[in-house]
Design a protein around this ligand. Structure first.
Ligand code: HEM
Ligand SMILES: *[C@@H]1O[C@H](CO)[C@@H](O)[C@H](O)[C@H]1NC(C)=O
Ligand SMILES: *[C@@H]1O[C@H](CO)[C@@H](O)[C@H](O)[C@H]1NC(C)=O
Ligand SMILES: *[C@@H]1O[C@H](CO)[C@@H](O)[C@H](O)[C@H]1NC(C)=O
Ligand SMILES: *[C@@H]1O[C@H](CO)[C@@H](O)[C@H](O)[C@H]1NC(C)=O
Length: 509
């Protein structure tokens, strides 16, 4: 028997009850910071302090920066990321402790693999934890030794040559308006492809942009990835595993698995050892088989995941650094002129040929690039999770295992206490004297400590070589399509401009 009017009564009651339950569920831990006596602002119901980013209204970098400024004078403050408390550090001494000196209490970026069980590209250096991370990191560190970087220079040359050719084509034919975001990412894809994987992606000249699409899809949030992230933050990650869901678009998994398999297949028929990243991976697997190791570390999964991360973590970040640098040089003509003078001077002394050592000698270029990375760090924050109880020195606060800690790189880089007039682009902040006057923990574009970016040296060499090539051959100006100032993309986890950067290029004759 169906009683229609009974239903009418039950529906609103059930709705109210479930709303109440949801509220209690989501706000359950909201007393945490009050109990510990950590300064914080009142969280919004349900969404905590990240309502803006969760709704795609504001970049998380800006949300954190507003709170960072509000707590001037404090060493740290608390936030809630949906349900969960997260500690944000302000004090550079504490930052350096978490990243470097107290590494044993903060060696991971996340707690568990829950919600990534069916993600075939999860087991990369970025996500691996504890001893497994340590073992894999030790084996992959030799990828970018100075000797290897020098050996890569010939490949890098091919790519910078193509970059210059492409820009010549754009300036001689058309008006010289260049989509710098696009060109930089094509250049960095071609470079990492050639130098680490020994493949010719040819994105600069080929209209097939599969590499670019697959690469950009990694960092571009989709509706699905947003929902999955939300589920993780409200502790429903097990549901993600139950339904065998994966965060990134299918195209990413297919593309990178095929890429790695194809590269392995090609290598089988080669006699000569290329001594690059892929050959390191192959050697690791073969060694392990030979050694008959009891615990298998370099499974297909780990190999493919790391091949993926060397591509994905490498190209978009470096491209972002290069395009922001060109943007700042276009807006600061005096710095551009000075930089060109010094680059040309060094080139003249070395018969016009760029080598690893010539690039290393370009001091002003180093300062200009670092000032770019200060103002526009491609990775705007660093994440660590507490892996061993940690008492914050000179306080009564002890962090429990599992507590998330955020280091707000962008905010530290824009703090007038360390960088007076922080919105001014001034490479002289990186003279030896000025550098020495700043404490550790205030310049972190690549992170710090044992988990510092593994591609740091490669990225700097690549960006500098590309920039030196461009600046020595072209003058760069803002144009009517250049958005000043740059607005951040509210949906990206990298520091990505909301619209691509366009600049005017003129060939120097
Ligand atoms: C300008 C370019 C780049 C920037 C700004 C950058 C930035 C970063 C940052 C901030 C981290 C986190 C460090 C930490 O938590 O302390 C990181 C980690 C990492 N980066 Fe980079 N990166 C760049 C280029 C590259 C390149 C070219 C590669 C590879 C070829 C790469 C591979 C990685 C990997 C594998 C990790 C994880 C390291 C680990 O946890 O052991 N990155 N990077
Ligand atoms: C610039 O390049 C990006 C990336 O390829 C593309 O999405 C965008 O539409 C381009 N913008 C312009 C103005 O050409
Ligand atoms: C295999 O054994 C050799 C010699 O003992 C060692 O140097 C190498 O690191 C081992 N390789 C792996 C992948 O465990
Ligand atoms: C620029 O930054 C890199 C990476 O953090 C560092 O190795 C280098 O010494 C810095 N150079 C200057 C002049 O600050
Ligand atoms: C900064 O950190 C490095 C590495 O941990 C250390 O050698 C150096 O002494 C520190 N400098 C200062 C001023 O604390």
């Amino acid at each position: 028997m169906i009683c229609f009017s009974c239903w009418l009564e039950i529906v609103p009651i059930a709705a109210i009850a479930s709303a109440l339950l949801t509220y209690v569920y989501c706000t359950r831990y909201y007393g945490h910071w009050t109990a510990l006596g950590v300064p914080h602002t009142k969280p919004a119901p349900l969404l905590g302090h990240f309502a803006g980013p969760t709704m795609g209204r504001e970049s998380g970098t800006i949300t954190v920066d507003k709170l960072y400024r509000r707590f001037t004078g404090h060493r740290y403050f608390g936030v809630y990321q949906l349900r969960h408390p997260m500690l944000v550090l302000r004090d550079p001494v504490l930052v350096h402790a978490v990243l470097a000196t107290e590494f044993s209490s903060f060696h991971d970026r996340m707690m568990s693999r829950t919600s990534f069980e069916h993600d075939g590209l999860f087991n990369s250096l970025v996500n691996l934890r504890g001893d497994k991370w340590k073992a894999v990191r030790a084996k992959l560190s030799p990828t970018f030794t100075v000797a290897k970087l020098k050996a890569m220079f010939a490949s890098l040359h091919v790519c910078t040559g193509q970059l210059a050719d492409k820009l010549l084509l754009l300036t001689s034919g058309g008006q010289g308006i260049v989509n710098v975001t696009d060109i930089s990412s094509k250049f960095t894809i071609d470079t990492i492809g050639r130098c680490a994987f020994g493949i010719n992606c040819n994105t600069l000249f080929d209209s097939n942009t599969e590499f670019q699409r697959a690469g950009q899809a990694v960092f571009t949030p989709t509706r699905k990835s947003s929902v999955l992230n939300f589920m993780r933050l409200v502790d429903l990650g097990w549901l993600v595993d139950l339904f065998r869901l994966r965060s990134m678009p299918d195209l990413v998994y297919e593309f990178y698995s095929n890429l790695f398999q194809d590269t392995l297949e090609l290598r089988k028929n080669e006699k000569e050892d290329r001594n690059d990243f892929v050959s390191i991976l192959i050697k690791l697997r073969n060694d392990e088989k030979k050694n008959n190791s009891r615990v298998e570390l370099f499974t297909d999964d780990v190999l493919a995941s790391n091949a993926f991360i060397f591509f994905a973590a490498g190209f978009e970040t470096t491209a972002s650094a290069m395009s922001y640098c060109l943007y700042e040089l276009a807006l600061n003509q005096d710095i551009q002129v000075e930089l060109r003078k010094q680059i040309q001077h060094t080139l003249n002394e070395n018969e016009g040929i760029l080598t690893y050592d010539v690039i290393k000698d370009m001091k002003y270029l180093d300062m200009v690039l670092n000032e770019t990375l200060r103002m526009h760090p491609p990775g705007p924050g660093l994440l660590r999770v507490c892996t061993k109880k940690f008492k914050i020195p000179d306080s009564d606060i002890t962090l429990d295992t599992g507590m998330k800690v955020l280091i707000p790189t962008y905010s530290l880089h824009h703090d007038p206490a360390y960088y007076p007039n922080p919105e001014l682009f001034d490479p002289l902040r990186f003279t030896e004297d000025n550098k020495a006057s700043r404490p550790n923990g205030t310049f972190l574009p690549f992170g710090d400590g044992p988990r510092i970016c593994i591609g740091l040296r490669f990225a700097l060499m690549e960006a500098k070589t590309g920039l030196a090539e461009i600046i020595s051959k072209f003058e760069i100006f803002p144009c009517k399509y250049t958005k000043i100032p740059i607005k951040l993309n509210p949906r990206s986890i990298l520091l990505t401009p909301n619209e691509p950067i366009s600049l005017l290029f003129k060939q120097i004759v």
